[in-house]
Design a protein around this ligand. Structure first.
Ligand SMILES: *Cc1c(COP(=O)(O)O)cnc(C)c1O
Length: 376
């Protein structure tokens, strides 16, 4: 059986986890956490990076940090994971969904302004498949209307837009280190990138249960106290040790994924030329991270037939994201602004193929051959 995904393993994880266990400190903000955070601050050019238990937790932190209140509105695509919306719904916000662009499946930046009202507080671009949203348009709109931009860069670690790392462009960026993403912190994990310096101090406090314990550990205050609302948004240092192994190998992992992605792209070109499928688009001035390789079939029926065909060849290919606005909670907590021209229709045609760091060339060939024979 060729799985759809396998958690990345680079080889040094156990050694670092052993060393974390021997350090006498396994809770959050240990040595491996510091190393990961500093590495990301330098590599991605973010003012402050904080490891968290998940991207879900990072998005929740972001909603707390920008003080989302009941009745506020937050703009995002409907074609995304539930956490993008939940984080803001938990604070009482109303979600305003905007259509996606069919080429990248990212929020259509030309339709955001029409969705802005006097209640709008933030725009949440989701970099689908690690392919950047049009950040210059989004940042200019945010400036004009005094809104925050929270990047959901769960899939975007190591991608760049005009040379800048995804997650480092908005006021806050959120990464995921879940096992289905390009790098993992032993199954679950995330990071919050604080790019607006004005938010940095409060971010630490919210993450440390509402206390200024981080300042206390740096010797900046002589005792720590309850300062604000907060929760526990720290990652265990044992997980940070696993993540450190992966970050050290980040360039190698990225290159390997890009090579697998390119191989799919070239092998499937003839089928795309025949009009049976379409292949993902990469806008100019973007460097993606090969988070995902998807194809689009003619319709849902064609997709179901291909999934069945691959399953018989013991290959798992999956689709995802029932658009949030058409789900029960989405109907309750959100509204779709403008016309749903692409979100529903395009999501029904999209199929993701197996792509992960440890996918062997042989197994990828099996997937490619099975696809070629389906379309033959
Ligand atoms: C994976 C993902 C998340 C959630 O990440 P977790 O680390 O599992 O909480 C959020 N948004 C998007 C777009 C994702 O792909």
């Amino acid at each position: 059986m060729i799985p759809f995904n396998a958690p990345p393993v680079v080889g040094t994880e156990l050694e670092y986890m052993q060393s974390a266990m021997e350090s006498g400190k396994l809770c959050g903000d240990g040595g491996f956490t510091r190393r990961c955070q500093q590495w990301m601050e330098q590599r991605f050019g973010s003012k402050k990076v904080l490891l968290t238990p998940s991207c879900t937790a990072s998005l929740e932190m972001a909603a707390l940090l920008i003080d989302i209140q009941p009745g506020d509105e937050v703009i995002m695509p409907s074609y995304t994971f539930v956490s993008t919306a939940n984080a803001f719904v938990l604070r009482g916000a109303k979600i305003v969904f905007v259509d996606v662009r069919p080429d990248t499946m990212n929020i259509d930046e030309t339709r955001i302004e029409a969705a802005i009202t006097d209640k709008t507080r933030a725009i949440v671009p989701v970099h689908y498949a690690g392919v950047p949203c049009e950040m210059d348009v989004i940042m200019a709109l945010a400036k004009k209307h005094q809104l925050y931009v929270i990047e959901d860069a769960a899939q975007g670690v190591m991608s760049t837009w005009k040379g800048r790392a995804l997650g480092s462009i908005g006021h806050i960026g959120c990464f995921s280190f879940h096992e289905t993403k390009n790098y993992t912190a032993g199954g679950e994990g995330g990071a919050t990138l604080i790019n607006d310096e004005a938010l940095a101090e409060r971010a630490e406090i919210i993450r440390e249960k509402g206390t200024n314990r981080s300042q206390f550990f740096r010797g900046q205050v002589d005792k720590y106290t309850w300062r604000d609302i907060g929760s526990s948004y720290l990652m265990s240092d044992l997980q940070a040790a696993y993540l450190w192994a992966q970050l050290e190998a980040a360039t190698r992992v990225n290159q390997q994924r890009l090579a697998l992605w390119q191989r799919y792209y070239e092998a499937l070109q003839p089928i795309a030329a025949s009009g049976r499928i379409s292949l993902p688009a990469l806008p100019p001035h973007c460097q993606h991270n090969a988070h995902m390789f998807y194809i689009k079939l003619r319709d849902g029926e064609d997709r179901a037939a291909l999934i069945e065909w691959l399953k018989e060849a013991e290959i798992l290919a999956v689709f995802h994201y029932i658009p949030l606005h058409s789900s029960p909670a989405g109907e309750r907590f959100g509204r779709f602004d403008g016309e749903d021209r692409y979100t529903t229709a395009e999501s029904e045609r999209l199929l993701r193929l197996p792509l992960f760091y440890n996918l062997s060339e042989n197994n990828q060939s099996t997937v490619i051959n099975s696809l070629l024979s389906f379309f033959a």
